[in-house]
Structures are given as structure tokens and as C-alpha cells.
Design a protein around this ligand. Structure first.
Ligand code: RB5
Length: 151
């Protein structure tokens, strides 16, 4: 599975830990930056990553900022992206099972690396598979996007 990962300065350290974990698990990982703890603006990382996921260049994306909030807000502006901000394994699993989330947002100043890795691991292993009612609901999200202008 090809994964895109990105972070701002608030998520940089956790990104490096998650990236190493993913590579060790055998995932193909592309890093959208940032590459230090110098201050950057989270939309500049989140938007290109979300576009790449929406175009099908990656199956899933992981975005990390201080809280995960800015990253999730930006990613959800992109057509076809369902970004879920998660701080626990149950929500992460159900963001895929029920919502078909294709981007996971994490808070680098919220989560320790151990829990973050468990969340990422559970999220990547889950599949959108819990039935017709969830397909119907996600299709209603897709309907809402139909009025959006394509770039
Ligand atoms: C940066 O200080 C911080 O605002 C950012 O990482 C993120 O938490 C925004 O949502």
C-alpha cells in the first residue's frame, strides 16, 4: 500500500517516528514534508498531500500538526477526501469501517508515539466493509461535493 505522510513543525517529530514505523512494516511511504521543526503553515503541506490522495496517487494519507485540527480542516476541503482526526484506536478503526476515511489526521502535541503507532496500524489495516447503510451515508457526502468546482 502506498502511503503519503506530511506534517508541519508541530507534527514533525511524530511524522519521523511514524514514517520509520511504516517503512519497517513494509509500506511504501512518500514524505510531503516538512523536514525540520522550523515553523511552516499547515495548509502548504495538507493541500498537496490531499490532492495526491484524491487523484489516486496514494491509497491513504497521514497528516500531523500540533493538534491535527488544521490538517484535517484543510484536507477536507479537497474533493474525494474524508479526513478523520483521531486520538484513539476505536475512532481510527471506525473512521474506515463507517466513513471510508482516506486521510488520518493526528496531533503531534496530543499523542505519544506509542499510541500514535497503534492508531496508525489499526487505521491502515481496516477496510470499508460494514455494509449498505454506510455506503449510502458516504455516498451522501459525495453528493454534497457534486456542486464543488474542480481545479
Ligand atoms: C502550530 O503552532 C499549530 O497551530 C499547528 O501545528 C496545528 O496545531 C494547527 O491546527
Amino acid at each position: 500500500m502506498k502511503i503519503a505522510i506530511g506534517a508541519d513543525h508541530g507534527g514533525y517529530r511524530l511524522k519521523e517516528e511514524i514514517k520509520e514505523f511504516l517503512v519497517n512494516e513494509g509500506y511504501k511511504v512518500s514524505d510531503f514534508g516538512t523536514d525540520s521543526e522550523a515553523s511552516v503553515d499547515y495548509p502548504d503541506i495538507a493541500y498537496p498531500l490531499a490532492k495526491a490522495v484524491s487523484k489516486g496517487e496514494f491509497e491513504r494519507g497521514i497528516l500531523i500538526c500540533g493538534t491535527g485540527i488544521g490538517m484535517s480542516l484543510v484536507a477536507n476541503k479537497v474533493k474525494g477526501i474524508r479526513a478523520a482526526l483521531c486520538s484513539d484506536v476505536y475512532s481510527a478503526r471506525h473512521s474506515v469501517l463507517h466513513n471510508n476515511a482516506n486521510v488520518l489526521a493526528l496531533g503531534g502535541r496530543v499523542l505519544g508515539p506509542g499510541l500514535a503507532k497503534e492508531i496508525v496500524d489499526a487505521w491502515l489495516k481496516e477496510k470499508f466493509s460494514e455494509g449498505e447503510r454506510h455506503i449510502r451515508r458516504v455516498n451522501k457526502i459525495l453528493d454534497l461535493e457534486k456542486g464543488w468546482k474542480d481545479e
